[in-house]
Design a protein around this ligand. Sequence first.
Ligand SMILES: *Cc1c(COP(=O)(O)O)cnc(C)c1O
Length: 296
Amino acid sequence: MFESIAHAIPEQTIQYQGVDLCIKRLDLVHPQISGNKFYKLKYNFIEAQKLGFKQVLSFGGAYSNHIAATAFAAHLFGFGSLGIIRGEELQHQARNPTLASAEQFGMQLSFVTRQKYREQKHVDALAQLRQQYPEHYVIPEGGTNALAIRGCREILSSENQQNFDLICCAVGTGGTITGLIEASEEHQHVLGFSALKGNFLCDDVAQLTQKTNWSISDEFCCGGYAKITPELLQFMHDFEQRFAIPLEQVYTAKMLRGIFSMIERGQITDHQRVLVIHTGGLQGRLKGSTEALKSV
Ligand SMILES: *Cc1c(COP(=O)(O)O)cnc(C)c1O
């Protein structure tokens, strides 16, 4: 079901201060089921179908790439879908493009308070939710579960396992990096750039894998999830102009800014063969980053 809709994934090498960076363009795997979300959803939808579910349920914020991808995948594969969206106040507001397109693809939206949203994400609450919605296959927040990790292992090809020493990716809930770690070879290091502040993601990922050839840094998160600074938007604008590769401000721009800083400091050098995973998410890209610059 997913294999037949995947586009070939180009790998494109750019150079910064003499260091080659091979960018794996998961943003091009599918126009709507973009980037890492394609891999995270793949086995979840296969499982939902196998178990005979006709509907899926998941969670996200108002700009969630996961919600956008889930709504479209459900539409494409003939499932109904329900999205539990953080922020009760959004219910009566005009829909932003993410939620408008989710609705257009048939997703029913249920807006809950931030408090309730936090509660519902927990494991006990998930069990409760399964009781409340017995006809829905429940995909956890950000799509991260064992099946998502299994899908994300497939991001790394056997050539990638041989040809690179360092693998970089952006981190949100940790599902994607866990799949990459699980697929990596011992000689490789997997370096995660957290989009959130704090070290809890290291603990989360350590729960999900036995391997130790990885690290995650929150140094380049710009203060927290979805926070932006004028410097970040300027970086994103300059990067896009120079390399003609689109980024978005929540994950990929922060990661690449981090990689460039580490090259400037000599923490990443031309002795390393570097693979950079572009995890997509461009539906949430701020349009006209120079205009947005004025608003921060
Ligand atoms: C969701 C997302 C991530 C984070 O993936 P996790 O598996 O939650 O860590 C990274 N990049 C982009 C573009 C995303 O949309």
